[in-house]
Write a protein that binds this ligand. Sequence first.
Ligand SMILES: [Zn+2]
Length: 255
Amino acid sequence: MEVILVPAFADNYIYVLRDAASGKVGVVDPGEAAPVQAELERRGWSLTHIFLTHHHDDHIGGAAELKARHRASVVGARADAHRIPGLDVALGDGDRTVFGEQTARVFAVPGHTSGHIAFWFEAAETLFSGDTLFSLGCGRLFEGTPAQMWESLQSLRALTDQTRVYCGHEYTQSNGRFALTVDPANAALHRRMEEVAALRERNQPTIPTTVGMERRTNPFLRADDPGVQAAIGMAGAPAVEVFAELRRRKDHFRG
Ligand SMILES: [Zn+2]
């Protein structure tokens, strides 16, 4: 499965997918239609599927126009059916959805929003995590509790190490500046930040990351790590409390 990054707005990523075996073409979280349409025209492709992780406008804003233009099928969360216009395929936790020769497993990942889902394409080991899991960070808790988000992140953390993670925003460098304040002795994090700095200097994306990389470097996946706990003065505390404290500090971080 081919994945093409389409930058949108200031720091969003929209993803165009193509399953080579079937020729099906999908898009994930088209916050605006124009850059997606331009990419499709450049390649001579027509859209068959529109995958939506959550209802925020910067993720669905272009969906209606693209659906009308291509007669594509809109795939999203059943829990968000009331606030995703034009939803055709409504899915919940554990459901599978077919895209050409590929199958995606759906994870309900509440926290950023109550209806947020993630798509894991099993054979391609490719995850679209929306605004739940970012590289070196996680989404703000607009509609969920720390306990919900921690559980959601644990389900994504359990995916295969090699799984490529495509998230909704290019936030890696600023996330990493915060990560260094709560996990300062993590050598893998320091190495990753050097890599990220080099990419950003050349204006290159830091996405995709991998589940393995995030498990080693993302503090929001490491609330049960003794090093992170010690660094924030919460050695031995329940992971969910550590996670809540990390999220609270990140909300107030000015780096
Ligand atoms: Zn969002």
